[in-house]
Write a protein that binds this ligand. Sequence first.
Ligand code: 3HC
Length: 699
Amino acid sequence: MTAINPVTDLTVEGDVAIVTLNSPPVNALSQKVREGLHAAFQQACADGAAKAVVLICEGRTFIAGADITEFGGAMGGPSLQDVQDAIEGCSKPVVAAIHGTALGGGLEVALCCHYRVAVPSAKVGLPEVNIGLLPGAGGTQRLPRIVGVEKALQMVTSGEHVPAKAALEMGLVDELVDEGKLRDGAVAYAKKVIAENRPLRKVRDNDDKIQEAKGKPEIFENFRKANARKFRGFMAPENNIKAVEAAVNLPFDEGLKQERKLFNELMMGPQSAAQRYYFFAERQAQKIPDVGDDVATIPIKSVGIIGAGTMGGGIAMNFANAGIDVKIVEVKPEALERGLGVVRKNYERTASRGGITAQQVEERMGRIKGTLSMEDLADVDLVIEAVFERMDIKKDIFANLDRICKPGAILGTNTSGLNINEIASATKRPESVIGLHFFSPANVMKLLEIVRADHTSKEVIATSMKLAKQIGKIAVLVGVCPGFVGNRILGARQREAQKLVMEGAMPWDIDRVLYDFGFPMGPFAMSDLAGLDIGWVKERSKGESIRDVLCEMDRRGQKTGAGYYDYDENRNAKPSPVTEKIINDFIVKSGRNPRKISDEEILERCIYPMINEGAKILEEGKALRASDIDVVWVNGYGWPVYRGGPMFYGDQIGPDKVLAKMKEFEATMGDVFKPAALLEKMVAEGTTFAKLPANPRIL
Ligand code: 3HC
């Protein structure tokens, strides 16, 4: 065996040379890896004894892509294209041996090999779109040459990871080898290629699938149209489509050049910078400085849920999906039956769309048992309370759980903003109490705010973080404060949206500005969707707010055909003259004159207070890092990922500009705009949110 460099080895076994990469954690194509591969292939291809070469990786995965940490800086050493040329141009057949995930540049390297084998658990894909890019090492040119243009478009714009079996059917992989026997299987395959004297097959030469799509621009137009909503606001999908178009319309090498140009455009642009930042933000959020890997976790085999309402049912589904038994407790049999019925309907809807099989519906329902007695939770490992937001009810429940549950069981609450320390005080084991704030619909939304209370133990935190991953959630650890991180920042935005209306901006103006910024919908459209009467009580209404008046008129949102907006029979929203009159009457009654408010002011008034609130959250130690706040807002509140998150956006605008505006607003509109002390300090020190050190712990 020859060590080519610290991350690359070359061995020649009989007539097969084996290039082995070992660059943890994911064998990304860093400068070292490129240097190693380049040199190893030059040597292997020149080796007299070797008649074929196998490329294989150590560790958890085949090459998972370019090294994203190198992006944005100067790249040293051989380029990825140099490496690919060395592989594709090798005079002997090269076989890629894939396990784990061959992603992005990793798959693009494999596509330069003449053959590919994989273990059944492997996955392949071109996920660059998720970091605002396109496959910039020939992926958009080679992929359609194997899988066809339509499938290629779908793969590069979704970034999906294709399982090995499907990859085999598509021709992306030539043979599956036994799990755990990749090296032997790949060497055997290489020997077969030698014995059969198979040609040096190059994907670039394969034009059949390209010919099929020539002269059919409608393929691209239809694809754009069908996905317009999904791609709205993003730059990367369009450049991916254009690159595949180039594969069809240009000779291979010209197509490569066009791909590079489109890639560079994205790489230099603001969206990819935001999405790359976000990629690392999500991973960073999983690290809790004072809860290390050495903290033991509690095995969770069964979960109890209190409340079979929308939240309780949705939460239960997460666990049942992950193979964990669930008991749902309700007070009344009808409510229990209704709740379980909704869960079944949700599963059946997924099954009818082909998401799961009928058998899976029954398996999952089989894991969820209903009960009317809290006493049945004596043996569960974790309880999640999901009842109304009333402190007295919650405390009563927790006092009962303290009596009923076995020692060591985790007692979680799904409260979206109540004081968890107070809830914990109803028990004699506050170390076992934690907030597990799911977002509605709980079986769909990715975000989980895990709320650390004063006495929550490290074991309980570590277990909750681990469990979140197991049920497919993205967890962020936050501290106890009204609304925690997500709703607290939302509160700042809602307050301004309401105030803007009382100054003369119409709800649809505010919604439009926020929609154009990239949110899926604005706050007023959202209220109409949710129902304006949530939390509104007719008997107590005094007609004191615009909402009161709308509700009293039975304009309660989409469900009544009118709310802030008017709706047609297809639920298309139109600005409402009725709402406009109500608003204007309110403004006049308050003794003010409506004024024309610019889109710019609407945006600044809605967004800057969010950034400021985020700064307060950080200075109070209720979030560990600014990027954690961004993870909350991207996953739970529809902040467009191509703008990174509110704190990243604050950095892009410039903390000094945000501060200056907050001061200006404070001077004219009062204390609610008072800048956070942290923001003042950051500007004085010339730093940014991204550069702030993480808080040592949640307070
Ligand atoms: N570059 C640099 N670091 C990477 C990386 C990459 N491409 N992919 C993963 N990492 C790092 C992560 O940041 C993490 O670091 P940490 O432990 O310090 O937090 C570590 O590797 C492990 O990653 P995960 O926690 O995500 O591990 P998982 O096992 O859950 O997932 C994975 C593994 C599926 C490979 C996932 O990491 C992933 O999806 N990676 C990104 C893949 C990707 O986007 N590839 C395309 C890159 S762009 C490209 O190739 C351009 C080319 O076309 C020119």
